[in-house]
Write a protein that binds this ligand. Structure first.
Ligand code: B12
Length: 595
């Protein structure tokens, strides 16, 4: 067995600054706010005759029906309200019940309200007041799910107040607390305090409010072992349920492709928590084809989720993601098609479910649960050992966030130490995204003609690699591909501001800058990088890939448009894939030397 060099854990005083307020004070402050901010009424609560979505989930599960979740991702409130009404109404006329709507809020909602005006915007909507939230929760008699950019970020408290007053009883996304960083916002103490206070307010509500956490947005999207991801459920339950007295409702799915893995993770989840789940997210990473091809991927993951929910009615809704999602934000008729497809598939599943061999599913679930319990015990025990008060939610959350997923897994993962493994441990069950990225990187590097590869290797290039936002897989892929080509990689980080990236590249004397960007800000970010380079009088070649689009300021549709040509026009190389960057390196390496 090999051994691995694990970076030492910081001491408590290196992790927790003295000005972090104790969790009990923050919770008391949140609870006091519940006098003025309580769950209000809305179209869903009135029409369904329930006090909250958790009650509705239990009711629907008892009926033996599977709930359906639709995600709406437009940039204007008007369009969002109209889309919810149209999707709900059209589906109802077809006999399809859309039980809940997830609203894609803009990332700028992560800031406190006062900072939002004039800040950068992404591709979602901005709701600043309880009235704004109420427009959404009254658009149709379906539960409104406010997930991303609500909790876990500096604007958590204001967002929670607005959503509760509008009658929302599933609010997230706690997963984001652990990983997301708002541009130009480095105060994670303020973020922690806002989040814990908001959780205190939620816990003090007279009805059950689900604190949604999308594991894939948190550490699960970055932990290489699926048992660690499940272990985070146990840790988040400890924080939200045991220490705070609210309900933690978990969601997973983005990065889970194999039907066995989806079914096993779901089963394992139900063995570690009984709180109703919000939804099982669509496996959007599998959408790599045309809409017709993507229907096969939709069927593959949805079928598994339906079988899983037929076995254990955990309250999760299924999430049929429209098949155009890998191209752009889906439109209304595409959302309706996906919902109709899901309802039909659920109907067919009644006949196919008994054919499934669940022994494999249960065997993997048992391994995951054992690994998860070990991971959670080790994390809490290990943090205790360095002096963290694991009974203080604020202190525990900040410690987890600051230690970060890589070090947490390296120190506390359930797998045995193995220097050759990703993350330094042999996983109990390796995350599928790790396997895929490793393969893809080897394939891209392997496809480079031998003489080009030799020229690149011979020059000893240094590349500065970064992502403009939380999407990290494109960046990982580039780093791994470059490493295979003998290019030294300087990791400038994820969610990096353009000025910091340029500073890092200049300091490292990088030969090339490689940026991965996804949040619909590609042109603006490229311009900022170019501006900072020009300001420093430097001319380092820059390549950018990922999702090269942006919503134009004068857009009617609110949908992003391709900006690759504009990026090229300012002198930055837009890349569809790693080959674009490799070509730039090939050019930099110069011609094949004459013999
Ligand atoms: C995985 C994923 C996530 C994960 C990311 C996990 C992680 N740690 O990385 C999570 C769940 C966290 C996530 C979150 C969000 N996401 Co997301 N996400 C995706 C998804 C499904 C896959 C993207 C991905 O990583 N692919 C894997 C990479 C390796 O493959 P690829 O993208 O095809 O990349 C190729 C090339 O582009 C190239 N490449 C990539 N980068 C670079 C860089 C260089 C230099 C070069 C040369 C090449 C290159 O290499 C690859 C191979 O050819 C896409 C949808 C999709 N199917 O593409 C949405 C998507 C990118 N997300 C989207 C959105 C909106 C979000 C959110 C804002 C959602 C929300 N409600 O809040 C948040 C982001 C919040 C934030 N603060 O930034 C949108 C972006 C919309 C747009 N711009 O049009 C997409 C397109 C989904 C959609 N249709 O709405 N997401």
């Amino acid at each position: 067995m090999g051994c691995t060099v694990v970076q030492k854990l910081p001491r408590r005083d290196e992790l927790i600054p003295p000005h972090l307020r104790p969790g009990r004070e923050l919770l008391a402050e949140g609870r006091a706010l519940a006098r003025d901010w309580q769950v209000g009424r809305n179209a869903f609560i009135d029409a369904r005759g329930v006090a909250c979505e958790a009650d509705y989930k239990r009711m629907v599960a008892a009926e033996g029906r599977i709930m359906q979740h639709a995600h709406i991702g437009f940039r204007s409130v008007e369009r969002t309200v109209a889309a919810i009404a149209e999707v709900h109404g059209t589906c109802a006329r077809r006999g399809v019940t859309v039980d809940r709507f997830g609203i894609t809020l803009d990332w700028s909602m992560g800031y406190p309200v006062a900072m939002r005006k004039g800040s950068r915007r992404g591709t979602g909507i901005v709701l600043d007041s309880a009235e704004d939230f109420a427009r959404i929760t009254n658009a149709a008699p379906a539960a409104a799910h406010f997930g991303d950019f609500m909790l876990g970020l500096p604007g958590a408290l204001e967002n929670a107040k607005g959503a509760l007053a509008a009658g929302a009883t599933a609010i997230g996304n706690l997963g984001q607390y652990f990983t997301f960083r708002m541009p130009d916002w480095d105060d994670d103490v303020a973020t922690t305090q806002a989040t814990v206070t908001a959780l205190g307010l939620i816990a003090a509500q007279p009805v059950e409010v689900l604190v949604h956490s999308n594991l894939d947005d948190g550490f699960a999207g970055l932990l290489a072992d699926m048992s660690s991801a499940l272990g985070m459920v146990i840790i988040e339950k400890h924080i939200v349920e045991t220490l705070i007295g609210a309900r933690a409702s978990h969601c997973f799915g983005h990065h889970f492709t194999a039907p066995l893995v989806r079914m096993a993770f779901h089963k394992a989840l139900t063995l570690v928590t009984q709180t109703p789940g919000t939804m099982i997210f669509g496996n959007t990473v599998s959408y790599k084809s045309t809409p017709a091809g993507n229907y096969a991927s939709l069927a593959s993951y949805l079928q598994a989720d339906i079988w899983a929910l037929t076995r254990v009615a955990s309250g999760h809704a299924v999430n049929p993601v429209p098949v155009t999602e890998n191209e752009r934000i889906p439109d209304i008729d595409e959302i309706i098609d996906a919902q109709t497809f899901a309802a039909r598939l659920a109907m067919h599943a009644r006949d196919s479910a008994p054919l499934i061999d669940v022994a494999q599913v249960d065997a993997l679930a048992t391994r995951l649960v054992a690994g998860a319990r070990l991971f959670a015990d080790r994390v809490l025990g290990g943090l205790n050992e360095i002096g963290i008060d694991t009974d203080d939610p604020a202190e525990l959350m900040l410690a987890l966030r600051r230690v970060g997923p890589k070090r947490i897994e390296a120190h506390f993962g359930a797998g045995t130490l193995d220097a050759a493994a990703w993350g330094g441990r042999k996983a109990v069950a390796l995350a599928e995204w790790v396997e895929e990225l490793e393969h893809a990187a080897r394939d891209w590097a392997g496809a480079v003609p031998a003489d080009t590869a030799a020229r690149i290797r011979g020059r000893g290039f240094r590349a500065c690699v970064a992502s403009s936002d939380v999407h990290e897989h494109g960046k990982n892929l580039i780093e791994r591909t470059l490493a295979h080509l003998g290019v030294e990689v300087l990791d400038a980080g994820t969610s990096v501001d353009a000025d910091d990236l340029v500073a890092a590249a200049l300091e490292a004397r990088a030969d090339v800058i490689a940026i991965s960007t996804y949040n619909g800000i590609a042109l603006r970010y490229a311009r900022e990088v170019q501006g900072h380079l020009a300001g420093a009088g430097a001319a380092i070649p820059v390549c950018i890939g990922g999702r090269l689009n942006e919503v134009p300021e004068d857009s009617n549709s609110g949908l992003p448009v391709d900006v690759a040509a504009d990026i090229r026009a300012i002198g930055i190389t837009p890349c569809d894939d790693p080959a674009g960057l490799i070509a730039v390196l090939g050019d930099l390496a110069g011609p094949v030397p004459a013999n």
